[in-house]
Ligand binder design. Structure first.
Ligand code: NAP
Length: 317
């Protein structure tokens, strides 16, 4: 057992690529010290010694069976679709809820909603001079629907409502969010999408949400709608979206996430005039703020308190 001046230390394995370690090592050590935790933090530890695993799927770690005394796996990212179904993982799994990550997503979503709302692509990026006054509607006349009203969806819904948009949102269970018309369950999806002019996808990827956006759901949108997807690529059936873009039923799609990442060079999205591709940068976990969340969860685990942000393995998120 590792000790710190005779005190037992908590062994924490950082299972993530080197570049991530470089960004997180110092913030994590600071956060552990602030919590008064005595932690042996390393990128390589004998599995049977590990108490907690800070995890990114890019680490390649897939077999959790050798971690016989691990008390929890703390996912560094918000999405857990690559680990949630791992049958070798028997320990509790937490996902990342980080104020920096949330703020970044609010900025990405409000920026792209305003861009489409104001018609900036048409008005500001034209090639030739043209004086055709095209006054955009007010935000209050624009129905924006957010699919997914969790940590990120709710924050974006509130920000857009504060800007005056007519915001609707949809989740498994309807929510009570000031200024947001909330719908729940399968029946609520039609009402949430009906006539929406801008749709933002902030759902997790699960069996239930896979290809949720297809020709049937796209048909519910207002003609000339905009789709913004910072959730997960397979939420969208790409063929259906491409068809809707080609007919103009969807005027533009801003896509941050894809079924295959990096998006292959020959994928039709790259060349499509009505598609904006961003390379999975909508929002990242921020080392400083997320280190506090990880340290708090290890403190809780050591104190026998319930962990924050536990994943519901059955629901898949
Ligand atoms: P969250 O807090 O777990 O919220 C998920 C939301 O989706 C909840 O409102 C949940 O409903 C709803 N939901 C799940 N399954 C559903 C279903 N079958 N039908 C209807 N609603 C369903 O997750 P989050 O932190 O907001 O993150 C959302 C996703 O954003 C992540 O899973 C990840 O894929 C993505 N993300 C992307 C980036 C990026 O850079 N592009 C960064 C971070 C996260 P309930 O509230 O009723 O449970």
């Amino acid at each position: 057992m590792s000790t710190d001046h005779g005190r037992p230390m908590t062994n924490v394995l950082f299972a993530a690529p080197v570049s991530v370690w470089e960004a997180y090592e110092a913030p994590l050590r600071d956060a552990f010290a602030q919590k008064g935790l005595s932690v042996n933090l390393a990128t390589d530890l004998p599995p049977e010694m590990v108490d907690y695993i800070i995890y990114a799927p890019q680490s390649g770690l897939r077999d959790f069976r050798p971690f016989t005394r691990a008390k929890a796996v703390l996912n560094l990212w918000a999405g857990v679709e690559t680990i949630v179904g791992n049958e070798t993982l028997t320990q509790p799994l937490t996902r990342m809820v980080d104020e920096g990550l949330t703020q970044g997503m609010v900025e990405y979503v409000t920026g792209h909603v305003l861009r489409h709302h104001l018609g900036m692509d048409i008005d500001l990026l034209r090639d030739t001079p043209s004086w055709e006054p095209r006054v955009p509607p007010l935000a209050s006349e624009r129905k924006v629907t957010i699919l997914g009203l969790g940590i990120l969806g709710a924050a974006c819904a509130t920000a857009l409502s504060n800007l005056g948009f007519a915001v609707s949102g949809w989740a498994r269970r309807a929510k009570s969010i000031e200024g947001v018309q909330s719908y729940g369950g399968e029946a609520g999806l039609v009402d949430a999408l009906h006539g929406a002019e801008i749709v933002v996808l902030l759902l997790p990827l699960t069996d239930d949400t896979h290809h949720l956006v297809d020709s049937r759901t796209l048909a519910l949108l207002a003609p000339g709608a905009f789709v913004i997807n910072p959730g997960r690529g397979p939420l969208i059936d790409d063929q259906s979206l491409l068809e809707a873009l080609d007919t103009g039923h969807v005027a533009h799609a801003t896509l941050d996430v894809f079924a295959t990442e990096p998006l292959p060079a020959d994928h039709p999205y790259w060349a499509h005039p009505r598609v904006t591709v961003t390379p999975h940068i909508a929002s990242h976990t921020r080392p400083k703020t997320s280190a506090n969340v990880i340290a708090e969860n290890i403190r809780r685990g050591e104190a026998g308190e319930p962990l924050l942000h536990l994943v519901d393995r059955g629901a898949g998120y």
